[in-house]
Design a binder for this molecule. Structure first.
Ligand code: FO1
Length: 300
């Protein structure tokens, strides 16, 4: 089945791996609002989480970066007085160096990503939301923060008041993204943060019109985010963290919301938003869980 999925990092990457294992002919459109330039390198965390998951190289515990990583570079960087708030593993560093070199030589991010997937023997496609600059700014009570400064350096502590997606107004979908959505027999919105992982993609002209009748897996279980600040953000934005709020957020884009058994009592509230609720276990502890959930998404 031809599947196009919209995804951020961690949770989305797990489902993407499951979809690939379940035999989907998969194109993942990856959030690039988290991307940034750091230590002279071009870093694309969500693309990398997807690439590593699909290549079987991801560190499942940590949720980002590579398994069996070593950290000599960070130790040496710290000893020289460099910035150490953002951790780059020794093997992961190779990814950022290759990407930075090829981008500097004029290749678009989509081509660089495709070449890396090819080298790693990954059949699934990962297409950046855009080849142009897209940067999420998190508006907080203490002022705007670049995404990684909010997420990693400040550990998501500041209270959020909103989001700005710099560059979204002029960015265009990367080659292949809209075609994948048009040709897909199933469009999936991964269990990623709606505000900082999926909205930056939807802010680029073309995506909102191309996403229809999607199946989304809720990133909220029991009023909490499986990982990351989604529930905290909902509270700070004046919303009750729930799958019903996720259904409302995606109204008009999704036909089905897959929610966890722990939230079975929310099914009626989800359906009141005009979205079908499918209640199943949604936690993905390992690749087998991810594949099982993916099969449910494909059959939904
Ligand atoms: N997340 C952290 O919480 N701390 C880190 O030091 C960190 C480093 C890092 C390096 C490479 C990479 O691809 C991702 C990294 N992440 C780190 C995750 C990153 O912040 C992602 O943007 C989030 O996972 C949101 O999707």
């Amino acid at each position: 089945m031809k599947v196009a999925a919209l995804s951020g990092g961690v949770g989305g990457a797990k489902l993407a791996e499951g979809l690939a294992r379940a035999g989907a002919e998969l194109t993942v459109i990856a959030n690039t609002g988290d991307d940034f330039e750091h230590l002279g390198l071009s870093i694309s965390p969500d693309i990398d989480s997807l690439v590593y998951a699909l290549a079987g190289l991801a560190d499942r515990e940590r949720g980002w970066g590579r398994a069996d990583e070593s950290w000599s570079f960070m130790a040496a960087l710290g000893a020289l007085g460099g910035e150490t708030w953002f951790n780059l593993g020794d093997a992961d560093l190779a990814m950022h160096v290759i990407r930075s070199q090829r981008l500097a030589a004029g290749e678009p991010l989509s081509a660089v990503t495709a070449a890396i997937l090819h080298r790693l023997g990954v059949a699934a496609k990962v297409v950046p939301a855009t080849d142009q600059r897209l940067r999420t700014l998190v508006e907080t009570e203490t002022g705007p923060l670049a995404f990684q400064h909010y997420f990693v350096r400040e550990r998501t502590a500041p209270r959020v008041t909103g989001f700005t997606f710099e560059g979204a107004g002029t960015a265009r979908p990367a080659p292949g993204a809209l075609e994948a959505l048009r040709e897909a027999e199933r469009i999936v919105i991964c269990p990623s943060n709606p505000y900082i992982s999926i909205d930056p993609i939807l802010a680029v002209a073309g995506y909102r019109d191309a996403v229809r009748d999607a199946v989304c897996v809720s990133p909220i279980i029991g009023g909490k985010a499986v990982k990351g600040p989604a529930a905290k953000m909902m509270e700070e934005l004046g919303l009750k963290p729930s799958s019903a709020a996720v259904a409302r957020h995606y109204r008009g884009l999704i036909r089905t919301l897959v929610i966890d058994e722990a939230d079975a009592h929310e099914a009626a509230a989800v359906e009141a938003e005009g979205v079908r609720a499918v209640v199943v276990p949604t936690l993905m502890a390992g690749p087998e869980d991810a594949e099982r959930l993916a099969r449910i998404v494909l059959e939904a």
